[in-house]
Design a protein around this ligand. Structure first.
Ligand code: DQA
Length: 153
């Protein structure tokens, strides 16, 4: 039987430049490589994988995940440090949310230490390069499966 779970993986600004953008920090994998890693990690669950440089579009996609997804993985990139509107959109979700970063923002500049997204995330994976996505996808789907197996109240 096919896996009924649907995972949305959303990527914020500048992640379209993965592979060429500060590779000593973000690695040599491209966003297409990251997408392939997510699909492999999802082991048959449907993966909707998107990237945008626009805050409003990211918020529209979070709202879409509210009704369409079983779980959400989000790398908000710079918007994680700045966007209360993105936090508000995430707070409207009832599905598991895993925040994901290639680097470990807490070990970088002070302004990266705070994430609005973390306030709405079930958990955070950061610092493992593209492997962060593999871990985030597995964690998100595990949470979604646990939820699906619980009797509804
Ligand atoms: C990032 C970390 C953020 O601080 C930064 O703005 C990014 C990428 C990461 O994946 O490590 O664009 O989210």
């Amino acid at each position: 039987m096919s896996d009924p779970l649907i995972l949305h993986v959303l990527n914020g600004p500048n992640l379209n430049l993965l592979g060429v953008r500060e590779p000593h920090i973000y690695g040599r994998e491209t966003l297409a490589d990251v997408q392939a890693i997510c699909r492999a990690a999802a082991e048959g669950a449907t993966v909707v994988f998107r990237q945008t440089n626009r805050e409003g579009e990211l918020i529209d996609w979070v709202q879409e995940a509210r009704t369409e997804a079983s779980a959400l993985v989000i790398n908000p990139a710079g918007y994680g440090h700045t966007s209360i509107a993105l936090l508000d959109a995430l707070k409207a979700l009832t599905i598991p949310v895993v925040e994901c970063h290639l680097s470990n923002p807490a070990a970088r500049e002070d302004f990266r230490a705070h994430s609005y997204v973390s306030l709405a995330a079930t958990g955070v994976v950061s610092g493992f390069g593209a492997h962060s996505y593999e871990l985030a996808v597995k964690a998100a789907l595990r949470l979604a499966r646990e939820r699906a197996s619980q009797p509804s109240r």
